[in-house]
Every structure is written in structure tokens, then in C-alpha cells.
Design a protein. Structure first.
Length: 99
């Protein structure tokens, strides 16, 4: 796995000494990687920066939108444009190995 727990926590602005959500964040990293693979049919190659950024953006979105209810319509069901555009790029780019 290219994105580490420490990298994800840094991206989320969670202090490294706070470990309460470590299990959740690791599960989100794993889920984000699996989501990208399932959506694109491609794997992360050579610790790719764009693929890793997509993982971190998905982790952040899911971490910040953990509830099943949101006062903002569409917040929970719609992924940010940055995520969808990166997923589309990964799917269409030949630089990533097909799984």
C-alpha cells in the first residue's frame, strides 16, 4: 500500500500522537485503494503521486462525512470533483497496470 497511516493522518491534520481513529483511518485507506481499483481496473504503480493523492482525497472525504445524515444535500453521496477527475484519469491512462 502506497499511502501510509502517517501520511493519511498528516493529510487529515491529525496529530501523530492521537491514535483514537487510527483503525478507522487505516480502514479508509484500504477502502479507498480498493474503490479506485474497482472503479478503474487499475492498480497503483510505483507509489504513483496521482493515485496516492486520490486515495488521500477519498480518505478525507469519507473521514469528514462519516455520519449517515448531512444538512447539506448531496454531501454524502457525491464525491468531490477532484476525486472523480483523478479516478477518470487513472481509468483512462496507460501508465497504470491493469489488474
Amino acid at each position: 500500500m502506497a499511502v501510509t497511516l502517517a501520511q493519511a493522518k498528516n493529510f487529515l491534520k491529525i496529530d501523530s500522537d492521537i491514535t483514537d481513529d487510527d483503525e478507522l483511518v487505516q480502514a479508509l485507506i484500504d477502502a479507498a485503494d480498493e474503490y479506485i481499483q474497482n472503479q478503474t481496473g487499475k492498480a497503483n504503480s510505483n507509489d504513483d503521486a496521482l493515485y496516492n493523492q486520490c486515495i488521500k482525497l477519498l480518505v478525507a472525504h469519507w473521514y469528514e462525512n462519516r455520519s449517515i445524515y448531512s444538512p447539506k444535500p448531496g454531501t454524502l453521496s457525491e464525491l468531490p470533483h477532484s476525486v472523480t477527475s483523478l479516478v477518470q484519469h487513472i481509468a483512462n491512462c496507460d501508465a497504470y497496470p491493469v489488474i
